[in-house]
Design a protein. Structure first.
Length: 405
């Protein structure tokens, strides 16, 4: 058996209630706590970013195509589905779905109040499967092949403010010349927790907006583009712009809702600083504790040197001890971090205030590459820190150390 490994194995937890055993446990607990908290921090960060991003993209698409306008009006200028872009977008493999829409400003009259809203008209190509997860009452719109069904979906915020329930009929007054109105039935109530959408947007039928604006059946206000997961980037924007008609423009949802995505970016910085501080404390503790163990074993070091052991052999004794602490700390830290993350992912026992955080519980995102890199980074830095106190072994004088008390 290797001499250094044998001695290191005899030193580890030699006495259950002794000083060495306590120090080992503190070192393992410190490292495990740092890693576990770091894993949870990245889980929650990824969960926040993924959840909020998916809600924004689910409501607006990753990109929108609209016609150029000279004003900043709420309503879009119409263009035809016979456009070059609509006919050719299927040639781009990264596009998952394209759906048509149009918006129109209106006043919605409830029982006691009137609220300004923006009606978003959708057609039969609307992704109802994705949107159902935000449906809290009622059902989705049933869009007929011809004509209109005069149905409407509103947010929980607007339903509470206007005292509306599923099945109620409301009047929408559209601001145009001459003014027009429509009586519609509330068939569903949704809740995204995003103020930009819940406080002003209702879902109706695209054909209703066509009728109000006098558009032809093939005209739309815009197209929402959904891309495959993980492919949105500069190269995709160039591909989309290459098939755009000269009178159409491409809008990136990240730019349109910059305040939301800037907030998510700010969370990145906060988590990196927090994890950095936790990791520094854990790694520093590891080095300090190993130094204490070396000081406690000064007499042993002197005896081993007196018996002819080389400095390299004695260093490896404490390196084996440090490696043992490191591996146990990593194992327990992963079990704690991933275990708590799994429990929150399954049971959602930690709630949040939706008004402040856009969601009702702490989200969890499983980003395995980040977890692996985190383990590798902590392991590498900890091992480098372990080398520092081990170097003092060569300074120990055998004669003085044997008399050390």
């Amino acid at each position: 058996m290797n001499f250094s490994f044998f001695i290191a194995n005899r030193l580890s937890f030699k006495r259950a209630g002794g000083f060495s055993g306590t120090i080992h446990k503190i070192a393992i607990a410190s490292l495990a706590l740092g890693l576990g908290v770091s894993i949870l921090a990245f889980m929650i960060l990824g969960g926040f970013q993924t959840t909020v991003s998916e809600r924004v993209f689910g409501f607006t698409g990753h990109y929108q195509v609209q016609r150029y306008m000279m004003s900043n009006a709420f309503e879009e200028a119409p263009f035809s589905l016979e456009s070059n872009f609509y006919q050719r977008y299927s040639t781009l493999p990264f596009i998952r779905q394209v759906q048509s829409f149009a918006t129109k400003a209106a006043l919605m009259k409830g029982e006691a109040e009137v609220e300004g809203i923006l009606m978003k008209g959708v057609a039969s190509d609307f992704d109802t499967t994705f949107f159902k997860q935000y449906l809290v009452e009622g059902r989705m719109l049933q869009i007929p092949e011809e004509g209109t069904s005069n149905e409407l979906m509103i947010s929980r915020y607007l339903a509470n403010k206007l005292l509306l329930e599923v099945g109620d009929r409301v009047t929408l007054y559209f601001v145009q010349n001459p003014p027009r109105y429509r009586r519609v039935e509330v068939v569903g109530i949704f809740e995204t927790y995003l103020e930009n959408f819940d406080q002003k947007i209702v879902l109706g039928e695209l054909q209703t907006i066509r009728n109000l604006n006098g558009w032809s059946p093939d005209q739309v206000g815009g197209l929402e583009i959904f891309v495959q997961p993980g492919v949105a980037g500069s190269s995709e924007i160039e591909s989309l712009e290459s098939i755009l008609d000269s009178d159409l423009k491409l809008i990136d949802s990240r730019e349109k809702y910059r305040e939301i995505f800037d907030w998510l970016t700010l969370l990145d910085t906060n988590v990196y600083v927090f994890v950095g501080l936790i990791g520094f404390v854990a790694i520093f503790n590891m080095g300090a504790i190993l130094f204490i163990l070396i000081m406690e074993r000064t007499q042993m070091i002197g005896v081993l040197k007196g018996l002819g052991a080389r400095d390299a052999q004695i260093r490896r004794i404490f390196l084996w001890n440090g490696l043992r602490i490191l591996l146990r700390g990593l194992l327990i830290g992963n079990l704690v971090g991933l275990g708590l993350g799994f429990l929150q992912f399954q049971f959602k026992f930690i709630p949040l205030d939706p008004a402040s955080y856009y969601m009702s519980f702490v989200p969890i995102y499983w980003n395995w590459p980040v977890f692996i890199l985190l383990n590798m980074g902590i392991a590498a830095l900890t091992f480098l820190v372990i080398l520092i106190p081990v170097l003092v072994i060569s300074k120990v004088d055998p004669i003085k150390s044997i008399r050390f008390d």
